[in-house]
Write a protein that binds this ligand. Structure first.
Ligand SMILES: Cc1cc2nc3c(=O)[nH]c(=O)nc-3n(C[C@H](O)[C@H](O)[C@H](O)COP(=O)(O)OP(=O)(O)OC[C@H]3O[C@@H](n4cnc5c(N)ncnc54)[C@H](O)[C@@H]3O)c2cc1C
Length: 491
């Protein structure tokens, strides 16, 4: 019998990892100690690169139906007057999806579960908790309804079990504190009338009461308010306190149905180790970020994307198991840490300081406000760029494409509009704008890469692929299954 990969945790990271693995032919068992979808809406934003991961997991269309593209992020002063704006393209960005997408996390989890329910390679077992993990790896699982215990040997164990990860404890990893802890009051509502919005996220830079306002799909809205010492969620949820909190938006509590009013502690932490043998940590088990730039879940999806094809290669008997699996933390941890530090910087700049002017004088805020360099500055660190290693060649020059994702512009095949990733397939691909460069061609052969000639196999009618290669001074790019460029050939 072929041993499955055990995915511990049916949150969005675990469900996505299972979908990606199954797509690559790897059987998985997903266990979660709870039953069904976690009812509390948490993540509300995903960027286009994260949605591209969902595309590979097979749920991009369903996700588009339950999300709505957002216009970006605005900074408002204490009187809700906008003073800076970071626009995102609501149509299609470089990765083939809207650059900012607002949604409701339980909706995403439901559609991932529906996708897995149709997959013969995946079994999802609810109400099953991992209680111990031994060498092998062999997991001890307990059925919470019956109390029955079983020992399950697994091809690998993916710890997607969230902030309090038992898998993390089992491999002796610790969370390193990146020094940010704040209590926030999170309020999810349905409004009886449409509330005026500009279609994006509002961040109120009021050091007395920093707040975030997010218009979700349909009649749903999210507020997040920073809590002061001594305040409790129950206290803030009382009608008279709630009225004071939402009054600046011109809303009366009677117009709102509160779906959830809860306290969350926003933290910035990262695991000091992500792998022991075939036990690996992903998602919130490996990193926690304050949600200011909406990247927490996106980081988990990038983890799954980075790891799935490497694990599939190991299972298929690739000889260099350690190099493949070690490259996962070597690539993901620095990026996850950069994103967390970015979120902390942006959060402090937006909400810290004695007064708004003081907050804006901070260097990060200064960068944020310099239009049009604004977006680049705000997004630096978020854009994926993996360091050189066994699966990413050293850069030859500053503009080299290695370690960065290839874009996904609209292309045509035989006159039909298709997404580039559907042409690239699930393995390696060699994208070339001319004849195949011999050395890269040989490397591509060894890796079984599909050769995609821009202008022949695919009609690059927007010119985006040729532009991308030209900017990277590349004649061709060897793209990994997770769409990261491994090698380039110079022009
Ligand atoms: C208020 C708030 C707002 C947020 N906003 C955003 C945002 O806008 N954008 C964004 O990208 N992220 C955001 N996040 C973060 C995002 O919600 C998390 O990053 C995401 O839920 C992590 O997914 P995960 O699958 O890694 O972990 P989780 O969703 O925590 O899932 C872990 C799962 O593991 C299960 N489990 C735990 N232990 C065991 C065990 N021993 N055995 C079996 N099962 C176990 C749990 O039951 C759970 O289902 C926000 C978070 C909060 C709190």
């Amino acid at each position: 019998m072929i041993m499955p990969v055990l995915v511990v945790g049916a949150g969005p990271t675990g469900l996505t990892a299972a979908a990606l693995l199954a797509r690559l032919g790897v059987p998985c068992t997903v266990v979660d100690r709870h039953t069904g979808v976690h009812p509390l809406p948490r993540a509300v934003h995903l960027d286009d690169e994260a949605v591209r991961v969902l595309q590979q997991a097979g749920v991009a269309e369903d996700f588009a139906a339950l999300s709505r593209p957002a216009s970006g992020l605005r900074l408002l002063d204490a009187r809700l007057r906008p003073f800076a704006e970071f626009r995102r393209d609501r149509r299609v960005g470089a990765h083939g999806h809207p650059e900012a997408n607002l949604f409701d996390q339980p909706g995403l989890e439901r559609l991932l579960r529906a996708r897995l329910a149709r997959d013969p390679l995946v079994t999802v077992r609810d109400g099953v908790e991992l209680t111990a993990l031994g060498a092998g790896p062999v997991a001890t699982l307990v059925d919470r309804a019956t109390g029955a215990t079983e020992r399950m040997p697994a091809a690998a164990v993916l710890g997607c079990d969230g902030a309090g990860s038992a898998v993390r404890d089992a491999i002796g990893a610790r969370l390193r504190d990146l020094r940010f802890t704040e209590r926030w009051f999170v309020l999810d509502v349905v409004s009886r009338r449409p509330l005026p919005t500009w279609g994006g996220v509002d961040q109120v830079c009021d050091p007395r009461r920093a707040a975030t306002f997010v218009p979700l799909p349909g009649d749903r809205y999210r507020w997040e308010f920073r809590m002061s010492p001594g305040e409790t969620a129950a206290g803030l949820a009382r009608p008279e306190r709630l009225a004071g909190l939402v009054a600046p938006w011109g809303v009366a509590p009677g117009e709102l149905e509160v779906l959830r009013a809860a306290e969350y502690t926003f933290r910035a932490r990262i695991a000091d180790r992500w792998r022991t043998g075939r036990v690996l940590l992903l998602g919130d088990a490996a990193h926690l970020t304050p949600p200011f730039i909406g990247q927490g879940l996106g980081a988990g999806l990038r983890d799954a994307h980075n790891l799935a094809w490497k694990l599939a290669a190991v299972r298929a008997g690739a000889p260099d198991e350690d190099a493949l699996l070690d490259s996962y933390p070597a690539e993901r941890a620095p990026h996850a840490e950069a994103v967390i530090r970015g979120a902390v910087r942006v959060g402090r700049a937006m909400t810290g300081g004695q007064d708004v002017a003081a907050a804006l004088r901070r260097p990060a805020a200064g960068l944020l406000l310099r239009v049009p360099g604004v977006r680049a500055a705000a997004l630096r660190g978020i854009a994926t760029r993996y360091p050189p290693g066994p699966l990413v060649d050293r850069r030859r020059h500053r503009h080299d494409l290695t370690g960065t994702p290839c874009p996904q512009p609209p292309v045509r095949v035989d006159g039909r509009a298709v997404r580039l990733d559907d042409v690239l397939g699930d393995g390696y691909a060699l994208l070339t704008a001319g004849p195949v460069p011999p050395a890269l061609g040989a490397a591509a052969d060894r890796l079984g890469a599909r050769v995609v000639r821009v202008g022949e196999e695919v009609d690059d009618h927007t010119g985006a692929l040729r532009d991308w290669l030209r900017r990277g001074r590349a004649a061709a790019a060897l793209v990994r299954p997770d769409r990261i460029v491994r090698s380039t050939a110079p022009r």
